[in-house]
Structures are given as structure tokens and as C-alpha cells.
Design a protein. Structure first.
Length: 154
């Protein structure tokens, strides 16, 4: 069985490795500099509010994570306005061998419950257009299509 808890700073190297595996699954082998910057962002979020960074554990192994952002933040050109009392799920990942066990759902539900408890009334997230499974799962959790985010490579 798994459990969900807030990230402990000594788990950051495990989280960094999960992020590397997440990017590799998406078809990109991230350079060390990218991972180091990602860790700085996660630690900044954690320092602001440790309850925004959740991990899933099986035994002592970190097998997934969910990172929420409450303050004004830009991610791939999407900016959430703090005046909306909104937040969004910035990053979510579960190791492939632990998927379909309810871990991702538990991470999202835990994050959403916390955000609601601190006065957030809207939670958003981005899903890759090709990830139909994730879109269906998020819709089952009550997320609805809000807009289409389009990008052009230059």
C-alpha cells in the first residue's frame, strides 16, 4: 500500500530522479542544468509552503509526486492570476510500474483538499494534447476543459 505525505527535503534527490524519468518518458533526456533549475523551483515552492509538494511512498521509496502552485506563476506561457483565488497543479508524475493503483488520484485529491482548505476556489492543470488517458482521469476527478493553449515553435 502507498501513503501520501509532504516532501521532506532529504527526499529531493529522489524527486529529481523521478523528474528525469518523467522527461525521458516524454522523449527528452534532460541536461543536468535543467534538473538543477527544476529542483530550485521545487525547493522555492516548498520553502513558501511545504504542503504544496506531495510525494507518494511505498515503504520508504518515493514513487510519485504532485506539486501545486498557489502564487502568480508562469509555466510554458500560462499565467495563473492570484486575484482569482486559484492555484494549479504544476507537476504530477507516478513511476510507470506503480500506475493504475490510485496513486495519481490520491496525490491530486490530497493536493486539491489542501488548496481548498487554504481558500483556493479554482484549481487548474495542463495536460499534453496527446495524453488521452490523463485527460479522461482528470475529467473523472471533476476537471473541465477551460481553454486551448496553442504554441508555435520558432
Amino acid at each position: 500500500m502507498f501513503k501520501i505525505e509532504s516532501l521532506k527535503k532529504e527526499q529531493i534527490s529522489e524527486l529529481k530522479e523521478l523528474q528525469r524519468l518523467c522527461e525521458i518518458e516524454s522523449g527528452w533526456n534532460p541536461p543536468q542544468e535543467y534538473l538543477d533549475e527544476w529542483v530550485k523551483i521545487v525547493l522555492g515552492i516548498h520553502n513558501h509552503d511545504p504542503l504544496l509538494v506531495k510525494v507518494a511512498l511505498i515503504g520508504e521509496e518515493v514513487v510519485g509526486y504532485c506539486i501545486s502552485v498557489k502564487k502568480l506563476h508562469s509555466y510554458d506561457g500560462v499565467v495563473m492570476d492570484v486575484t482569482w483565488k486559484s492555484a494549479y497543479i504544476w507537476d504530477l508524475f507516478v513511476l510507470k510500474k506503480y500506475r493504475n493503483m490510485g496513486i495519481g488520484t490520491a496525490l491530486i485529491n490530497d493536493a486539491v483538499a489542501y488548496l481548498k482548505s487554504i481558500g483556493v476556489d479554482k484549481v487548474g492543470l495542463l495536460v499534453n494534447y496527446w495524453n488521452e488517458n490523463a485527460k479522461k482521469r482528470f475529467e473523472k476527478l471533476g476537471f473541465k476543459l477551460w481553454s486551448h493553449f496553442l504554441m508555435k515553435r520558432l
